[in-house]
Write a protein that binds this ligand. Structure first.
Ligand code: TXA
Ligand code: MG
Length: 337
């Protein structure tokens, strides 16, 4: 990790340069279709340790390993059962992480001592080119300080970790905008560890019912990273079923899927109403909403508000993953209206 030096700006690296820095054990922020990742050589425990240090991430929270295509899997996993193959053929490259028995080349630090590793093929050309040129699997969590908002633009990374990393590969805003769906595959059974960029309906239409019980037990996580409080803005956030008629704070932000129907007695701009309103998709499209979700939260968090009201999404498609993020962002302050 670089010496802490607030104000220093990390460089935009070329693919060759990023690959060289990674091969030398450095830390590079990389674009993926979900969120920006904070990458290091997954086979080098010293490089991987720098990820935990830069993020302030506890060692019990394992990292996802990224590979550029299917053929690389034997480098990181020991077994690849039929159902994993079926899922990979359909959804890779893309926002799906499969948790499978790890190979010996993956250090224990990457998996927090677990015998399994989360692996995925990201759907971003720049990321896959870096992987190929570096010729190493890359461990990468989201490129934000532990527990904070995920970065979906290079600017988010610079603001949050710019002085702690060796460089960044700028790849524009992330197309999907929320993290991958995480499935664990054990003895042919498939369990959902975290909802994400691929809706469960799509997965179940391919392989049949998926076990959701690990997700229900978030307070006693079976995956070390399934923490109740996560993805949290610094500003207090409340998740609600409906927009409250009276904004609860003097300066209140509102995050909502489609055009809010605010009570006419509280028009936007009046003292008692909402100071800043973020509408994620005027047509209520959950895919478009996911792509804008973290950017909107970053803007709300930067607006010096007293609090943020976030309205629950429909519990379908990517709405399930968005509600999961909101629940964890609001853990300490949750009040349901
Ligand atoms: O889309 C994504 O998933 C992004 C991009 C960069 O790939 N990655 C990401 O990583 O968001 P991170 O570290 O922020 O979240 C990964 C989650 C963690 O909650 C972790 O606990 C879980 O994946 N995970 C990783 N390996 C695991 C394993 N072997 N068993 C169970 N959970 C695992
Ligand atoms: Mg994360």
């Amino acid at each position: 990790m670089k010496e802490h030096n607030p104000g220093s700006v990390c460089q935009n690296l070329t693919i060759d340069c990023a690959a060289a820095v990674l091969r030398q054990g450095g830390l590079v922020a990389l674009p993926t279709e979900t969120v920006y990742g904070l990458g290091a050589d997954a086979t080098d425990p010293v490089a991987v340790a720098k990820i935990f240090a830069a993020k302030g991430r506890p060692y019990f929270d394992p990292l996802i390993v990224h590979v550029p295509d299917f053929d690389w899997l034997p480098r990181v996993v020991r077994e690849f059962p039929g159902v994993a193959q079926q899922l990979a053929e359909r959804f890779w490259p893309g926002p799906l992480t499969l948790v499978l028995p790890k190979s010996d080349s993956v250090p224990d630090l990457v998996t927090s001592g677990l015998a399994t590793v989360g692996v995925r093929v990201p759907d971003h050309d720049l990321m896959r080119q870096v992987l190929r040129v570096a010729d190493i699997p890359i461990a990468a969590p989201s490129a934000n300080p532990f527990g904070g908002l995920s970065p979906t633009t290079a600017e988010h990374v610079r603001m949050q970790l710019g002085d702690r990393i060796d460089g960044i590969v700028e790849g524009g805003p992330c197309r999907v905008g929320i993290e991958s769906t995480i499935l664990k595959i054990e003895q042919g059974r498939v369990a959902l560890f975290c909802p994400g960029g691929i809706g469960l309906e799509e997965i179940e239409s391919l392989i049949g019912p998926v076990d959701r019980s690990p997700l229900m037990n978030c307070d006693a996580p079976t995956a070390p990273g399934m923490l109740a409080s996560h993805y949290a803005p610094a500003t207090p956030l409340m998740m609600v079923n409906q927009i409250p008629c009276v904004a609860p704070w003097a300066r209140t932000g509102l995050l909502v899927l489609s055009e809010p129907r605010l009570p006419s007695s509280f028009p936007v701009g009046s003292a008692t109403s909402y100071t800043l309103v973020e509408v994620l998709s005027p047509t209520g499209d959950l895919i478009a909403a996911a792509a804008r979700f973290f950017q909107a939260l970053h803007r709300l968090d930067a607006a010096k508000l007293d609090g943020i009201i976030a309205v629950r999404f429909p519990d379908e498609g990517l709405g399930i993953a968005l509600n999961d993020r909101l629940k964890r962002a609001s853990h300490a302050n949750a009040v349901i209206f």
